[in-house]
Design a protein around this ligand. Sequence first.
Ligand SMILES: [Zn+2]
Length: 367
Amino acid sequence: MTTEEWDALKEEVLRMARGHWEGTLAALAPQLQPALDRVGRHVPCPVHGGKDGFRVFKDVGETGGSVCNTCGFYADGIATLMWANGWRYSTALRAVADHLRVGVHSAQPVCKMARPVVSTNGDDDRLRLSLNRVWSESLPMSDRDAEPARLYLARRGISIPPPEALRFHPALAYYGGEKRIGEFPAILGLVSGVHGEAVTIHRIYLTADGHKAPVASPKKLMAYPKDRKIVGGAIRLDDTKSPLMLVAEGLETSLAVMEGTGLSVWCAINAVMLASFVPPDWVKRVLIFADKDRPTEQHPKGHGQEAAKDLVQRLWAMGIQASAIVPGGEILQGEKSLDWLDILRRDGKAGFPKLSAIDRRVIRSAA
Ligand SMILES: [Zn+2]
């Protein structure tokens, strides 16, 4: 396809899509459905998770635009699809064209098109600076001043020394929307992308005496520049390049699995990111220590269980042995889930499966 043909297709697709973005986004990125059901209202982000950072624009039908407080601003439907599905511009455009049956006469694939250069703007520079600043202000978890972090982890029932991959910030600003609420001590975790590149920082805001800070969202991801991709990423709690990888959702749960198994564990942060996790190329087997979540309307089998199952299936399709292990026992009354930290607190290390038992499970699930 020549540049002229490509430009013509682009123009035609965007013209055709105008007014049809709701259906187009729903068809090509079903994970956006909860947001499309509540146009203009905040819902959990389909890419990074969280509580309510994401919304589609009120005029989403016209523009296809959306915004996540953490991931970024997507002015139109193509940008929304590129972000939500981790697509290139050409892939997104082709998918929309196919969906709307635009340019069906042109049989040539567009996948050879070069990826447009992502222009950096002032916003991205500002985000890059603030990520670098926060990280450079942080201290090792073993620092004398990092007592709030050590107290917090001890209170949660974790007794292994925190891995060096985690850092401590003595006084990190907390914002509710645009408003600065205050400064709190915080545990920091560097979130790496699929290829190990730094993407953003995960924060757990604390009080000086080691409780969660009294704020709306004590666990948050920092906003990051548009040219960085969080999809598939994780907090790499360990840098051993073992062919066996353990992965869990939350930071505390991941540390509990590390303590319970004595093996290296990566933290996928939440169910949404766990489902999209991509292990590095040295990994041959993945064991997912899943959260057992109560069923909800949106997740009839429990969000944690569904995310783990999605990941298992995708990893097998990638040629990686994978299995998920859900904690045994009932979810306690008044609790929304049972996770491996609960198991560590309830049963200690004895509550964790032995590696030989895990092996048998892997073989069984492969059969
Ligand atoms: Zn997001």
